[in-house]
Design a binder for this molecule. Structure first.
Ligand SMILES: [Mn+2]
Length: 425
């Protein structure tokens, strides 16, 4: 299944007149506010969100997995699926690989498939949270933090191998998420495991090419339920600072305790130029892996408000944006299209915040006005602007509607079969 320009044009045709009417009405409104609509469209077009290789198949919970059919069963097929998403929304131009679920076999074929779909390789992700089939030592009690030096060495070697694979594909970042932690008080020493983790990361850092970043992800709990070695942004930030200028903190929206003020964390990290990447998802309780913007769209907007302001006003380098979610009810491709749309919408809302007036309101302690300014942006329906940005890039005015009309899933099931399964958890 390949989405062609003809496909896009024919599915856009019946929507064009109504879309133009809605967009023109909005554009006039935004221009009256002094906003440069062309510049907004350019910024929306420039925002590209990486798709993780593990999100293209149906995910499971620990209670089971219900496959949807037509899943990509090889890395080539995963890249083709991202190509389909990108053809529809022109906003997902890269894939983030998970090693060892996606160890490339034939690099030439993989690079060629990626080039055909205009897909780049985003950050590579290492995995020391499970044992591989032929593994000599176990990560059951930790990997980079393990008290056993030979187990730490195995985990370090794995991370170095992931960097080598990424180099062959053109990746520029290694994302490290460690499951290491404990489920019971007394199980291990907090100080020793943190020290071990720092030393292990330092060894991996030494292997990092000069133009690469190391992104250190954090998570408060799960799979262990008493302590996690890198449990919060502070621990990640501490390690990134100790490691050096190529190391950064990665914020995953689902990796916070309920009601954590994530936008404040983003602002703090950007003040120190240490925000390196973002994993988008949404949640009600914990690491729920739900569609971006499906539960807390206002929080997503407030996060983007800090990101937009931070990139304008700090020297924080460009970050890696990725969706990190697992889809166990919806068609993963539809879920990803919805997530990208939600991200673009929150970004667009943050772009129209009247920052000059906001600074004035803050300067004069006008609390009510500060809130008014943010909510004015959040409550403006910018969907026609996001659609126009995609349309002008050659994408579908309604990516989900086109996905359904073009019967993408049905075609994939026909090609790959109903039982085809992706390598995910
Ligand atoms: Mn993540």
């Amino acid at each position: 299944m390949k989405i062609t320009t003809d496909h896009i044009q024919s599915s856009n045709k019946p929507l064009e007149i109504n879309h133009a009417r809605e967009f023109n009405f909005l554009a006039e409104k935004l221009e009256k506010k002094g906003l440069d609509v062309e510049a907004l469209i350019q910024k929306l077009q420039d925002l590209q969100i990486a798709i993780p290789s593990w999100a293209l198949g149906t995910g499971g919970t620990r209670f089971g997995r219900f496959s949807g059919g037509g899943e990509p069963s090889s890395l080539i097929q995963k890249i083709q699926d991202v190509g389909i998403l990108h053809a529809l929304n022109r906003s997902s131009d890269s894939i983030s690989l998970h090693i060892p679920w996606d160890i490339p076999q034939n690099y030439d074929a993989i690079l060629q498939t990626a080039a055909e779909g205009e897909i780049r390789f985003d950050a590579v992700n290492s995995n020391t949270f499970q044992d591989q089939a032929d593994q000599s030592l176990s990560f059951k009690f930790g990997s980079l933090a393990n008290n056993d030096k030979s187990i730490r060495e195995l985990a370090i070697a794995h991370n170095k191998e992931v960097i080598q694979i990424g180099e062959k594909l053109g990746s520029k970042a290694l994302t490290v998420w460690l499951a290491d932690g404990s489920s019971f008080p007394g199980q291990h020493s907090f100080r020793k495991t943190l020290q071990n983790t720092h030393e292990s990361l330092h060894e991996i850092y030494q292997e990092l090419p000069n133009d690469w970043k190391m992104l250190i992800e954090y998570k408060p709990y799960e799979p262990y339920f008493y302590s996690t070695v890198i449990s919060d942004w502070g621990t990640s930030f501490l390690l990134a600072n100790k490691l050096g200028e190529k190391a950064f903190t990665l914020v995953d929206l689902g990796h916070h305790l309920p009601n954590t003020n994530i936008e404040q964390i983003v602002a703090t990290l950007m003040t120190e130029s240490k925000l390196g990447g973002f994993h988008f998802n949404d949640s009600k309780y914990g690491d729920d892996d739900l569609t971006v913007g499906s539960i807390k769209p206002y929080q997503l907007f407030l996060i983007f408000n800090e990101l937009v302001a931070g990139f304008e006003e700090t020297s924080n380098p460009a970050s890696a944006w990725m969706i990190d979610a697992s889809h166990n009810l919806k068609d993963p491709m539809e879920d990803l299209l919805q997530s990208v749309e939600a991200i673009k919408l929150a970004y667009a809302q943050a772009l129209i915040v009247d920052r000059k007036s906001l600074a004035e309101a803050q300067g004069s302690q006008d609390v009510g006005q500060g809130q008014e300014i943010l909510q004015e942006a959040f409550r403006t329906d910018l969907r026609p602007l996001v659609r126009e940005a995609i349309r002008q890039s050659g994408g579908a005015i309604s990516p989900i509607q086109s996905y359904r009309e073009l019967k993408v899933r049905e075609s994939l099931i026909k090609e790959r079969g109903k039982e085809s399964k992706a390598s995910v958890l």
